[in-house]
Design a protein around this ligand. Structure first.
Ligand SMILES: [Zn+2]
Length: 333
């Protein structure tokens, strides 16, 4: 078998105050990502799930001074350098412009909506599709102008996911450096392709399609809960497209449709924050893949879901195993 799913379980023992100080045993499962070998710990009840569904209506309704609202965006956001045809770019309702606080040589922002806030349970695929298409136009412009082997289109929403601006937006990063994770991923994808003569992702889908981590498909994109999730309730969308898709390619609408489904699943859990990344890396070994994860629900006094293990130990820690939640996600497909 080309793909190996490696896992083992340790037991932690203690005398529990929750059970009259009888011995209690907690199982911690360790899994290795079949592509990169990255380790994930499955730790019961590690996610800071609030008792009540958060009510953020007061926080998200204050649009005073928002740079991304339609009446401010043209005076408060930057204009593109000359290699991009437009000062700012519009696709549907979305508007894009350079990131005022760039993360790399080529870094932009795509404001997704004219509305100041849209909750994840009401995020229509069409708005995501137009925003992703807008970001892809930028990636094409960059690659026509400069060498940039690595690219990604990313999203945060609400402060608990790392977003400092409430107004829904994407962030594109395109350069020749890649991130640590991208470099690891692309190197492993190339190694797999060299060894097996085909893409890891194609082989993975073949392995997973009839299994208990498979979620479903939206057009040509197939979705699954990865064996060793990167973060909580991780769902990955796998395409058979390599390179940078055309903005009006069907795969863009297919990705957006799948994202809408995953976000609707997160909303059904009472969650309100997520991150996603659409990976756009060069080479036949690296098809376009989407990773989407849930983040700690934003509320007054929320607890971050990233602590010393993720930040200082580069360790992946999740609450639920993919086999447990994949069937629940599938109900939204
Ligand atoms: Zn706004």
């Amino acid at each position: 078998m080309a793909i190996e799913f490696t896992a083992h379980t340790d037991e932690a023992r203690f005398y529990s105050p929750m059970a009259d100080f009888e011995e209690d045993v907690v199982e911690i499962e360790f899994r290795e990502d079949p592509l990169t070998g990255q380790q994930t710990r499955v730790v019961p009840q590690v996610f800071p799930m609030p008792e009540d569904r958060p009510d953020v209506s007061a926080y998200v309704s204050d649009d005073e001074g928002c740079f991304f609202c339609p009446d401010m965006v043209e005076e408060a956001t930057p204009e593109y350098p000359d290699f991009v045809d437009a000062d700012r770019n519009a696709v549907g309702e979305s508007t894009s412009f350079p990131n005022l606080f760039p993360y790399g040589k080529h870094s932009n922002v795509v404001v997704l909506t004219e509305d100041h806030f849209v909750p994840i349970e009401a995020f229509p695929a069409e708005r995501l599709r137009d925003g992703i298409a807008n970001a892809l136009e930028y990636v094409h412009d960059v690659r026509a102008h400069d060498s940039a082997a690595y690219g990604s289109i990313n999203m945060n929403i609400l402060p608990s996911s790392g977003s400092s601006v409430i107004h829904p937006h994407l962030q594109t990063v395109v350069d020749d450096h890649g991130t640590n994770d991208t470099r690891r991923r692309v190197a492993a994808e190339r190694e797999f392709h060299d060894e097996h003569g085909r893409s890891y992702w194609e082989a993975l889908l073949e392995e997973e399609r009839d299994g208990n981590r498979y979620v479903g498909s939206t057009g040509a994109v197939e979705w699954l809960a990865p064996f060793a999730p990167i973060h909580h309730w991780h769902v990955a969308g796998v395409t058979d497209v390599t390179g940078v898709p055309d903005p009006d390619d069907d795969v863009v609408a297919d990705i957006a449709a799948g994202l809408e489904n995953v976000l609707s699943y997160y909303a059904s859990l009472g969650l309100n924050a997520h991150n996603f990344s659409i990976h756009l890396n060069e080479g036949e070994a690296s098809p376009v893949v989407v990773d989407v994860v849930a983040r700690a629900p934003f509320d007054d006094g929320y607890v971050s879901d990233a602590f010393f293990l993720q930040i200082l130990h580069d360790e992946r820690v999740v609450d639920a195993a993919p086999e447990a939640y994949a069937p629940e996600v599938a109900e939204h497909f």
